[in-house]
Design a protein around this ligand. Structure first.
Ligand SMILES: CC(C)[C@H](C(=O)O)[C@@H](O)C(=O)O
Ligand code: SF4
Length: 456
């Protein structure tokens, strides 16, 4: 905190500022217009992720808009002395994948980026949230941000997740239970035994989707799992400073009896593979059940929203979720594009083939994820199954690059948003976990790995 005055928002110091090509051009233009420099280029890092093609590493890409945005980011970083990872460089990747992977993201830090899913970094016990373009300009110029203190909400997850349930299922279950406005404007802290049992990558998946609850940010208190993940990473403290860093980081874990503005409880034993049937992430159901009927919902608004969503998705109420056919499977994004996600999908796909007529696209979240996946032979598993193996980027998560679905196409997607047109105009998206994505690719209809195993 830099400054606090009664009646005014607090002025926060920003420990790290991440940039991408999609939300930074106007911010740099603003700096230029007011003849300002970047205050702390050493605490600023940029990457190309949203609009980069993932099929090729040729620069400039054929798409003129993409080429312009990439050229702009490169020129801005050059002019203002900001380090950046261009397409094809070993450090490039989705901004929320590379921050943690480099060890930039550490407990207790304030981390900002002009991107809503900055909440991902909260998995390390950092205060991390998305900001708008004018705020990006403010942070570039001053390394501070003025912000109101948000309310806090504890999401306490009791019990243990069953073997077939992943962090993605827990995230979809939570959004389905609380609604897309369930944590509106709050910072959500995920707590409880089930959270402690999650790996860092799973915690990132969960914190990533806090935005889908309407939250500003999601956090998990740091613990041994956090420290073990960070050790030895390029931006992490050196061995000499390690013990004192860990001692400091421990203080950022909340007390067991901490007060929150509100608290909700989630029973982890109730979580099974979850899939969305509608056009917002809360319109989700267990894969073992049927698509709801709009009349099942309590309020006229929810009924109308469900009816509208089912019409857009072209699904009849009461259809068993497992009978929904897809033509595309997307494995990737800042929600589920990390190495553990690729491993869990590869485990299901090993020795099997993607169904006839289904197009599976695997997009590692970063070039480092790509390299480690290849070192483990995961690329071979995907390629042998008939999937496409790509370079790092946001790809099919968002219709901002050359990966878009045609109108009417339907995807099982490991990303975080299933809004109308999210994967291209008229596209239909079912949000799933990596292992459900893989099982679905094999059968061509929404499938859990358990049913796949039982039927083979
Ligand atoms: C383009 C970007 C600003 C946007 C975001 O803020 O989240 C994108 O990453 C998304 O996931 O919709
Ligand atoms: S992968 Fe998707 S959700 Fe994540 S930053 Fe890119 S577009 Fe946004």
């Amino acid at each position: 905190m830099v400054h606090r005055d009664s009646g005014l928002p607090d002025l926060l110091y920003v420990d790290f500022h991440l940039l991408h090509e999609g939300s930074s051009p106007q911010a740099f233009d603003g700096l230029r217009r007011s003849a300002r420099s970047v205050r702390r280029p050493d605490l600023t890092l940029a990457t190309e992720d949203h609009i980069v093609p993932t099929r090729t590493l040729t620069y400039p890409p054929a798409d003129n808009t993409a080429a312009l945005l990439m050229r702009t980011l490169r020129a801005n970083c050059d002019e203002f002395g900001v380090a950046m990872y261009p397409m094809a460089s070993p450090g490039q990747g989705i901004v929320h994948v590379i921050g943690p992977e480099l060890g930039v993201t550490q407990p207790g830090m304030t981390i900002l980026c002009g991107d809503s899913h900055t909440s991902t970094h909260g998995a390390f016990g950092a205060l991390a949230f998305g900001i708008g373009t004018s705020q990006v300009e403010h942070v570039l110029a001053t390394q501070t941000l003025s912000a109101e203190k948000p309310k806090t909400m504890a999401v306490t997850v009791v019990g243990a997740l069953s073997d077939g349930a992943t962090a993605k299922d827990l995230a979809l279950f939570t959004v389905a239970s609380l609604g897309t406005g369930g944590a509106q404007g709050h910072i959500v802290e995920y707590r409880g035994a089930a959270i402690r049992a999650l790996s860092m990558e799973q915690r990132m998946t969960l914190c990533n989707m806090s935005i889908e609850l309407g939250a500003r940010a999601g956090v998990v208190g740091p613990d041994e799992v956090t420290f073990a993940y960070l050790r030895g990473r390029p931006y992490a403290p050196s061995d000499d400073d390690w013990a004192s860093a860990v001692e400091r980081w421990r203080q950022f874990a909340s007390d067991a009896d901490a007060d929150y503005d509100s608290e909700v409880f989630i029973d982890a034993t109730k979580v099974s593979p979850y899939v969305t049937w509608g056009t917002n992430p809360s319109q989700a159901a267990p894969l073992s059940e049927a698509v709801p009927d709009p009349s099942d919902f309590d309020t006229p608004e929810a009924q109308a929203a469900a009816a509208r969503a089912l019409e857009y998705m072209d699904i009849a109420p009461g259809t068993p979720m497992s009978e929904i056919l897809v033509d595309t499977v997307f494995l990737g994004s800042c929600t589920n594009g990390r190495i553990e996600d690729l491993r869990s999908a590869a485990d299901v796909l090993r020795g099997r083939r993607v169904a006839e007529g289904v197009h599976m696209v695997v997009v590692p979240g970063s070039m480092a994820v790509k390299t480690s996946a290849e070192a483990e032979g995961l690329d071979r598993i995907f390629l042998d199954a008939g999937a496409e193996w790509r370079n790092a980027g946001c790809s099919l998560c968002v219709g901002m690059n050359d990966d878009v679905l045609q109108s009417g196409q339907r995807a099982a997607s490991t990303s975080n948003r299933n809004f109308e047109g999210r994967q291209g105009k008229g596209s239909r998206t079912h949000l799933v976990s990596p292992s459900v994505a893989a099982a679905t690719a094999i059968t061509g209809h929404l499938t859990s790995p358990e049913t796949l195993r039982a039927s083979s």
